[in-house]
Design a binder for this molecule. Sequence first.
Ligand code: PEP
Ligand code: MG
Length: 568
Amino acid sequence: MTDTTLHKSLNGVGIGRGLAVGPVVRMPDPLPEPSDAASTLAADAEKVRAAGALAAAAADIRLRGEKAGGSAKEVLDAQAIMAEDPTLKDDVNARIDTGRTAERAVFEAFAQFRDLLVSMGGYMGERATDLDDVSRRVVAHLRGVPAPGVPDPDHPFVLVARDLAPADTALLDLDKVLALITSDGGPTSHTAILAREKSIVAVVGAAGALSLEDGDTVIVDASSGIVTLDPTEAEVSAAEATLAARASAPEVAIGPGRLADGTAVPLLANLGAVDKLTEAVEKGAEGVGLFRTEFLFLDSDRAPSVEEQQAKYIALLSAFPGKKVVVRALDAGADKPLSFLNDEPEENPALGLRGLRALRAHESILRDQLTALANAEKVTEAEVWVMAPMVSTVEETRYFVSLAKELGLTTAGVMVEVPASALLADRILADADFASIGTNDLTQYTLAADRLLGSVASFQDPWHPAVLRLVGEVGRAGASLGKPVGICGEAAADPMLAVVLVGLGATSLSMSPAALGDVRAELARFTRKQAIEFAELALSANSAVEARAAVFAAATPITTPTESEKLK
Ligand code: PEP
Ligand code: MG
């Protein structure tokens, strides 16, 4: 351990309530670009180094493919073939003959081939990122440093990273990853969302995490957000005792979400994969409030066909007969790029062609998705609602709602994730059948704080009164037009904030299934009148910290409504 010996613990934002103890394995840092200084070795020696690294990278990649099996094996075998490509090798050697180091020659040869593929576009263009990955692996071999990507040691470990790409998080081997610690990323980053969904014990935004080293032992306590470094035996035993006590704590009875006065607040599930359906049903989800379809296709290099999508949607809808299932059209871009929708590099992808904007630029993909959904609805009994991500204008609302209806869907709405949509919610809801507030992006855009950046994670707080005021605008518009307003951002999974959101006019709450029990229990403690009072307290605060403190102070101790309150 380096300078962390001085600090016994790190603090971050805990995801879930889990606890884990284990050895750290660091996610390798991205490799810097190899220098273009002339080589000090003879060209033949550089060529031997290059050939050895290309062969070793190919062998590694094949081995990973063998272990992964299935479609991952096909992808990895194709990458190994790239590393063995004789034309590329000739190009590397030719560059070495001009005085380049093996590292620089590999970097340049792969980059040139990459640019060629990109200029060809289509399927070939989509292979470009694979080529980058192979190039980085070959350069890592030459430098004798670990290959980029999630490490794969042969023992369980606590993964420590700056942050993870959604594809890395989605592919984590859950038998081996005991917990996840990131230095960047706030509670609403996709790493946090996927960790919650996969029930991975995680602490995100833990400043100082990058000073941990491979082999350091840590206790990761997600419920407090504390990572204990180099724990004593007594600390490890205490952690294990806590774990056992939590496991035996009685569960809150499962039933529909309601306030103490009986006001119904349906509790729905946020899902990104069909393998979580059973858990959602078991935890009492009353339907699905957000199905993130893009997660089904993150590692796909071409747009999914109508048939492929239909099969997945049928599996989803069949788990909720007679229940509402809100499916979101592909939300590609920024931190969740889909190669078949986001084909142009952008300076500021969060402000670029993402969400509905990207779909509109590829309307046939949107049409296929809506068609697949309408077909799936016909053969199942769920009530399908469809919504568009990242809607910022009334015109976009009209475009999406009319296209969805043209293609056979009956209920079409929009996500409110951009302040403009919240401010014009009355006009947007005049055209949309419902609104669903994505508090993760709404907070990011209201506070101008990248949801993936640890250094601004403290701004990314949905308790901020500016965010709550926008939520209130949408709630008011929904109430006056008689249109439902759901919340599907991570804010709905924060039990006390969930009560405040209901006070601001939310009519349903959608969250990771893991959070349903705690939110159900918290809602049951308060009446609608109290929820409105808490909302007013939060709105009149000057900051997220003050809002939270004011509501917590007013909310304790646990109150039981009087008979007269129940009638209000
Ligand atoms: C949100 O932005 O709050 C949301 C639910 O969408 P995502 O987190 O997938 O961007
Ligand atoms: Mg969003």
